[in-house]
Structure formats: structure tokens, C-alpha cells
Design a binder for this molecule. Structure first.
Ligand code: ATP
Ligand code: MG
Length: 565
């Protein structure tokens, strides 16, 4: 079970008040009600942490209910992925797995009751006509010519709709409420439409499917949900849910209390399943679990931990007003979680060969190096032996032939510290004849000083990382950046496709890592010094072939990337 939440919020305060007032016999029952029409994203994680977290902390329970009223967009793949993602986040619905489809019979009977009571009617207008006669935000709608059909006729038509006598889209059932209502949701909303679609639960049993608004409130009520927590856009639907429950005879104190909160928006991210689905269908990413996607499957594949996402949900809190959270906060939660967990290792991303002329051929020194240099005694984490030899790889970027002022790394005639090892001096550069690019550096090390500071106190450049050429293991790196180039993709009617970041994935083949990296198993994480946190991709790695995702750069390297340094 996940750790209890540290902070409170207005939803919890409402629940505290309800408990203090003795409501619901002291029970707290929440639910997370996804529509299985896509994979869950980080916005859903906010709702999951809120609903399951409340159930956990109040000794209640949280149902997982699929609001599966629209078979044309839903699929068993989505149902499976949603369950996997909720579990991965660390939550458990126990035996309380439900589907709106479980209530199709019940909802149908209730619809007949509304018809008999003169509260619902079959409309034969086209979908366009219904939309056009619904009115606007400022003007009321106009009544359908079929609105005042007698109940017996409506009942007969509704039963024939169910029996499959009418083509798709030819008739709907509408609630008979008030076409002049200032709330557009109360202007005779559609309750049922005809759709010959196979459903993942009920197969071909129905050709008539309930609308979400007709199914949702009753599903909550049937399950005995005490607090129905949803996002702000449902506030204007609440009067409709109440109207339905009133007609069906649910007493005001025997129905869920709906509480609305602001949905999560993140900078540099699109969140709606519709847009994420477009990214997948148009193959702008490699699938729902592409590590650049804000889906839970994508974040997991990238290497995010569930702990970091729960911490993020806790830090952003729950409020009543819409806002956009800086994605940097999510990245900070991730670093804070990974920092104490991930062993430090070395990986040279773009190798440049270094030959140390004054170091004996065939000689190898094994340098004992702690996995946590700041905390070397850390239990169970220990040391590894890092080989040092005559031929090394360093980062191509750590060498500059004609260095700018204040450059503190390697250049001809200059010295740098090799991390945990010798002082290295560059005495020659071998270049590619055609391109002029350096292909190898000829160097010496200060054997007298050894791993200590030179006795004469001369100035040495910064410490750079390195690996021994012969013992290093080749790895493939996937360096991810934000999927969009602007903080608010799609804002102001802009097409989010036009602001996709063309550099959101850089694949680096032929990186060289120290031998300990070769021991990492799929799904393990580490920190590469001076670079960031990395994750061994379980999908594409194989024995002898490691593919690592950069989960997130180190905090200061990110700042450097942002400044273009
Ligand atoms: P989307 O627009 O991404 O499809 P949705 O609201 O249609 O989102 P559902 O599957 O219906 O997705 O959502 C299940 C639950 O998750 C709902 O209670 C919804 O309010 C909540 N939810 C969805 N998106 C967010 C978000 N960005 N922040 C917080 N909660 C969210
Ligand atoms: Mg939806």
C-alpha cells in the first residue's frame, strides 16, 4: 500500500465535515471512472491519487469503474492498460471493479420508467436538427415536434428501438426537462442513441447505448458512492444528474455528493486522450507507451517511478481553480525520488579515443569506486572496481582544440583531472584527413602525482569522466526532450502538430559505459555522472545489447541545455 498523504485539501475538508455531521453512516466510498477510450495520462494520475488516497486514509474504498458507454471508441486493450496503470501507481480496487455496462439493464428499465412518467420521449429529428434547436449560451432552445407524444407511443417506439427496428441515428430518447433552461445540459438531453456496435462487455446484445450523462450519476448511486469527485467541467452537469436521481426517487441523502476540482494541465504537454490518440494514430510517436508521451505507460517506459508521480500529485495539491503546472515540477519530483536510489556510474556518450603514451601497454589498474560517492559507506551499495588502462574514451565535448577563454576542460597542452584517477595532459591530436575532426588524442598522465594533486600546486582543469576503452561496454542511448517546443501547445486554436519538437528523441549509438553498466538488468536505473538518470529499457534491451533511456537530465545540465551552452 502507498504511503499516507502528507497534506490536506478542500475535498478532504468536505469529507471531514460530512463525517463530523454523521453522513453516510461514516462510510467513505469514492471511485475512479475512466472511459476506456485511450491510455491513462498524468492528469488521470491526479484523480487516481486523490480518489484512492482518500479511500486509503479514511479507511474507505475506491471503486474502479469503466464508464464504457461508447463502444465505437473503446477497446479491451484500453481496459487492460488502465488496470495495469492504476496498479503500477500503487493502488488497488480489490473486488470493486465495475462497468457502466453492468448497469445497462437497470438503466434501460429506468428509462422506461421515465417514459411512463412522461419524463422522456423518442425524438426523430436528425442529430443536426437536435443540435441546432438546442439554443445557445444566451438563447433558449426550441421544442421538438415529437416532444409531446403520449407515453404509450414513446414506450412502443423505445422498445422497437431496442429491438433493432430502426437504423442507426434515426431516433434518440431524450429527457423531457426544459428547452428554455439557462443550463444547456437541461434542454432535453439525449439519453439513448441507436448504434450497431459490438461492446467489449455486452457484445451484440444491445444496439442502443446510454449517453454518459444518463449512465454516470446512476452508476455512482448504484454503487453507493458517497463522494463523487470529478473535474470542473462536470459542475454544469450536476443539476442534470440531480434531476435524473430525483425522477428515480433517490432521496437527497442517499446519493453521492459531487465535488468538482481543477484538472491538471502541464506545460509542454497535451493531455486530452483525443489529442494523444491523434499522436499515436498519425505515428508522430511510437505508440501510447512512447517515452515522450504523458501517458502513465509512456512515463513508466521512460523510467519514471510511481513514487515520483504520487509525490507530484501531493505537491500540486487539489484546487477549485484551473491552472497550469510547470512540467519542471514533475521533473523535480522525479529527481528527488531517483537521487537517493540510483547508483552512480559512468557512460561516455560520444567517445573520443585517448592514448596515454607514458602508461604501460597491457597494464590495468582497478580503481575502487563507491556507487554513492557522497555516501560511500552506504549499506549494500558498496564499491565497484573501475579499470584504468593506456587507452580510454572521453567525451568528444570535453576536448576543444582552440578553447574559448575560461574553458576548463581538455585542450592541446592543457591538463585536466580524470575523475578518481590521474591528471591528464594532451600532447597531440590525430585528425580525420577529410573532415579535420579529431579522432584520437595523444596524452600523458602525471605518474608522479598519481591520483593526488601535483606537488607543485599548478592549476589543473575540471574533472572529466572517462572509461577504459577495452573494458567498456557499448550501449545505445535514447535522449528524450520535451515533445513540444512551446509551453502551451495548441493554445489559441493553434494546431499542436505544428509545434512538435523535432529533436524530442536523439538516439546515440556507440556510447561506451563502464563495465558495471553491463551488469544492469532490464528495468533498472542508474545515474550517469554529469549527465542524468537513465533506465534500461525492458522492451528493446537484450543480453549483450543495452538500450538506456535518459529519464531526466541532472538539474544543472538541464539549465545548461536550456541556455544552449
Ligand atoms: P480526456 O479529456 O483526457 O479524455 P476525460 O476526462 O475524458 O479526459 P476520463 O476517462 O473520462 O477522461 O476520466 C476519468 C477521470 O479522470 C475523470 O473523473 C476525470 O475527471 C479525471 N481526469 C481526466 N483528466 C484529468 C486531468 N487532466 N486532471 C485531473 N483529472 C482528470
Ligand atoms: Mg472523456
Amino acid at each position: 500500500m502507498t504511503e499516507p498523504r502528507k497534506s490536506t485539501n478542500f475535498v478532504r475538508q468536505i469529507i471531514d465535515e460530512d463525517l463530523a455531521a454523521g453522513k453516510n453512516g461514516g462510510r467513505v466510498v469514492t471511485r475512479f471512472p475512466p472511459e476506456p477510450n485511450g491510455y491513462l495520462h498524468i492528469g488521470h494520475a491526479k484523480s487516481i491519487c486523490l480518489n484512492f488516497g482518500i479511500a486509503r486514509d479514511y479507511g474507505g474504498r475506491c471503486h474502479l469503474r469503466f464508464d464504457d458507454t461508447n463502444p465505437s471508441k473503446e477497446s479491451p486493450e484500453y481496459v487492460r492498460s488502465i488496470q495495469e496503470d492504476v496498479r503500477w501507481l500503487g493502488f488497488d480496487w480489490g473486488e470493486h471493479l465495475y462497468h457502466a455496462a453492468d448497469y445497462f439493464d437497470r438503466l434501460y428499465e429506468w428509462a422506461e420508467k421515465l417514459i411512463r412518467d412522461g419524463k422522456a420521449y423518442v425524438d426523430e429529428q436528425s442529430a443536426d436538427d437536435i443540435r441546432e434547436t438546442r439554443g445557445t449560451l444566451t438563447a433558449g432552445g426550441s421544442e421538438s415536434p415529437h416532444r409531446n407524444r403520449p407515453p404509450a407511443e414513446n414506450l412502443d417506439l423505445f422498445r422497437r428501438m431496442r429491438a433493432g427496428e430502426f437504423p442507426d441515428g434515426s431516433r434518440v430518447l431524450r429527457a423531457k426537462i426544459d428547452m428554455a433552461s439557462p443550463n444547456i445540459n437541461l434542454r432535453d438531453p439525449v439519453m439513448y442513441r441507436i448504434r450497431r456496435e459490438s461492446h467489449h462487455r455486452t457484445s451484440d446484445r444491445w444496439c442502443l447505448y446510454p449517453m454518459y450523462d444518463w449512465a454516470h450519476g446512476q452508476s455512482d448511486a448504484l454503487e453507493g458512492i458517497t463522494h463523487s469527485i470529478c473535474t470542473l467541467e462536470f459542475e454544469v452537469h450536476r443539476p442534470l444528474y440531480d434531476w435524473f436521481l430525483d425522477q428515480l426517487g433517490f432521496a437527497p441523502d442517499a446519493r453521492p455528493r459531487q465535488i468538482e476540482f481543477a484538472r491538471l494541465n502541464l506545460t509542454y504537454t497535451v493531455m486530452s486522450k483525443r489529442l494523444l490518440n491523434a499522436l499515436v494514430q498519425e505515428q508522430r510517436v511510437e505508440g501510447w507507451d512512447d517515452p515522450r508521451m504523458p501517458t502513465l505507460a509512456g512515463l513508466r517506459r521512460r523510467g519514471y517511478t510511481p513514487e515520483s508521480i504520487r509525490e507530484f500529485a501531493d505537491r500540486i495539491g487539489v484546487a477549485k481553480a484551473d491552472s497550469t503546472v510547470d512540467v519542471a515540477l514533475l521533473e523535480d519530483c522525479l529527481r528527488d525520488d531517483l537521487n537517493p536510489k540510483c547508483r552512480r556510474m559512468t557512460c561516455v556518450h560520444r567517445p573520443l579515443r585517448v592514448v596515454i603514451e607514458n602508461y604501460a601497454e597491457g597494464k590495468v589498474e582497478e580503481i575502487e569506486t563507491p556507487f554513492f560517492p557522497d555516501d560511500p559507506g552506504r549499506e549494500g551499495m558498496g564499491f565497484r572496481k573501475v579499470p584504468f588502462s593506456r587507452e580510454l574514451f572521453i567525451e568528444r565535448d570535453d576536448f576543444v582544440e582552440v578553447p574559448p577563454k575560461k574553458f576548463t576542460r581538455l585542450s592541446p597542452g592543457k591538463e585536466v583531472r580524470l575523475r578518481k584517477a590521474y591528471v591528464l595532459k594532451c600532447i597531440g591530436v590525430v585528425k580525420d584527413e577529410k573532415t579535420g575532426e579529431p579522432t584520437e588524442l595523444r596524452c600523458t598522465v602525471d605518474l608522479d602525482a598519481g591520483f593526488d594533486s601535483p606537488k607543485d600546486g599548478r592549476k589543473i582543469g575540471n574533472a572529466i569522466h572517462w572509461v577504459s576503452a577495452a573494458e567498456s561496454v557499448p550501449v545505445t542511448l535514447r535522449l528524450y526532450d520535451r515533445l513540444f517546443t512551446v509551453p502551451h501547445p495548441g493554445a489559441g486554436g493553434q494546431d499542436f502538430r505544428t509545434v512538435l519538437n523535432p529533436a524530442s528523441l536523439e538516439v546515440v549509438e556507440g556510447a561506451r559505459a563502464e563495465p558495471a553498466v553491463g551488469e544492469l538488468r532490464p528495468g533498472e536505473r542508474c545515474q550517469f555522472e554529469r549527465r542524468g538518470f537513465y533506465y534500461v529499457d525492458p522492451k528493446d534491451s537484450a543480453p549483450g545489447k543495452l538500450v538506456l533511456h535518459r529519464i531526466v537530465p541532472l538539474r544543472d545540465s538541464w539549465a545548461k541545455i536550456a541556455k544552449g551552452q
